[in-house]
Design a protein around this ligand. Structure first.
Ligand code: E4P
Length: 221
């Protein structure tokens, strides 16, 4: 399972890229709005300098013609741009037209297997089931990821399951077990994934044991 970062914050993206674990980035209108008015295009180009992988940029128009025009514009920003389209009737028709022009699509706001099937049939490259938002209303977000992955696998559909709206590290583990091709993580979830109290206490104990016998630490050569 590949890991994407779910943020438009360039400092977070730079830090995560240094760790060598991020192979793509997803953004949305809420995330770009948090960046204090920075131009969306400018930010996507900055991200493309840091991460060599798919960067999802989301449409904010509502009719099919508008989404197609906007999607072509977003895709022209950089070859790594994947156009994010919310799933409704107008969006589906736009996905069909854009994918016919070789624009890669991430269908967002997926909350059912049927929605995922429709997006895949229309030609989307990714579907994004929103795990946390389903959990928030008492449904099973990871269960949806598993069901979509099973159906896509069974019918060999060339569309990847991108687990989104992940809120904590357990979501990431469960998304991997459920067969997601990609998980997109808020930066704080990536940091939480690194952490284990036994790792921290283990490092402290190794260093203290060494220093007790050898005094100051000098790197081995
Ligand atoms: C996915 O691409 C979305 O940007 C994101 O995961 C939404 O997460 P939220 O439900 O925490 O807003």
């Amino acid at each position: 399972m590949r890991l994407f970062l779910d943020t438009a914050n360039i400092d977070e993206i730079r830090r995560a890229a240094r760790m060598g674990v991020v192979s793509g980035v997803t953004t949305n209108p809420t995330l770009i709005a948090k960046e204090g008015g920075v131009s969306y295009r400018q930010r996507v180009l900055e991200i493309a300098e840091v991460v060599d992988g798919p960067i999802s940029a989301e449409c904010i128009t509502r009719t099919t013609d508008e989404i197609v025009e906007e999607g072509l514009g977003l895709a022209s920003w950089h070859p790594n741009v994947v156009v994010k389209v919310p799933l409704d009737e107008a969006g589906l028709a736009a996905i069909h037209r854009l994918s016919a022009q070789d624009v890669r699509i991430n269908t967002t706001l997926i909350f059912s297997v049927n929605q995922a099937l429709l997006a895949a049939e229309a030609g989307a490259s990714y579907v994004s089931p929103f795990v946390g938002r389903l959990d928030d209303i008492g449904e099973d977000g990871i269960g949806l990821v598993r069901e979509i992955a099973e159906v896509f696998d069974r019918y060999h559909l060339p569309c990847q399951v991108l687990a989104a709206s992940l809120r904590h590290p357990r979501h990431v583990t469960e998304a991997a077990k459920a067969g997601a091709h990609v998980a997109t993580l808020p930066f704080n979830v990536l940091l939480q994934m690194l952490k284990h109290p036994l790792t921290d206490s283990g490092i402290e104990r190794f260093l203290a044991d060494y220093e007790r016998v050898f005094g100051q630490r000098t790197p081995a050569s």
